[in-house]
Design a binder for this molecule. Structure first.
Ligand code: ZN
Length: 204
């Protein structure tokens, strides 16, 4: 059985995009809008070097909502692979939920089992790669990532600096992550310590 680090995409690997029409941050809708966050290449290269699978698990309801096409999503994938490749890093797999219960594209309008917090994408990855989920990790910037990870018994790391209202929600939803890290590189550093970290015990 293999180990995996499941990575949310938007806000973890690539920057969110400011949408002036709605005044909100949203997912990129084209490869031109897709830009890696700082240190992400280095972080994913570290995962590769640890011999752990690096798998993206991401809700992309923009397809169901008609915001962008599957072709645009594929173009973003290619840019993600190219930019990681130029930093010596690679992803072992990318899994998307394209659905949304209120989508306008009929094919993708449904209540599915793969939209996080549902764990469907994690389960699909674990079947394809024979992954031990209870020895694996989920890293995301939202409580939906934490809930999906907890549902399959993975360790969870939340990125960002949560405000107190989010901490209260964590309690209410039973969505408290195992760890909180500032960015992907810090999160992978934590995992590296846990995976190799017997030496640390001597210090205490
Ligand atoms: Zn889905």
């Amino acid at each position: 059985m293999k180990k995996a680090i499941f990575l949310d995409r938007d806000g973890v690997i690539n920057a969110m995009v400011y949408d002036p029409g709605h005044g909100l941050l949203d997912s990129p809708s084209s490869s031109e809008q897709f830009h890696l966050l700082p240190n992400v290449g280095e972080a994913i290269k570290l995962i590769n070097e640890m011999g752990i699978l690096a798998l993206v698990v991401s809700n992309q309801p923009g397809v169901a909502k008609g915001r962008f096409s599957l072709q645009a999503l594929e173009a973003m994938d290619q840019k993600m692979a190219r930019e990681l490749g130029s930093r010596g890093a690679h992803l072992d797999g990318v899994y998307y939920c394209l659905h949304h219960p209120q989508g306008i594209v009929e094919e993708y309008r449904q209540n599915c089992g793969c939209r996080k917090p549902e764990p469907g994408l994690l389960l699909r990855g674990s079947q394809e790669f024979k992954i031990a989920l209870n020895q694996s990790y989920v890293i995301g910037d939202g409580l939906t990532d934490i809930l999906a990870g907890k549902a399959v018994g993975a360790k969870t790391i939340l990125l960002g600096r949560p405000k107190c209202n989010l901490c209260k929600l964590m309690d209410e939803l039973n969505a408290t992550p195992d760890f909180i890290a500032a960015d992907l590189l810090e999160a992978v550093g934590l995992i590296q310590q846990m995976e190799g970290g017997e030496g640390d015990a001597d210090l205490h």
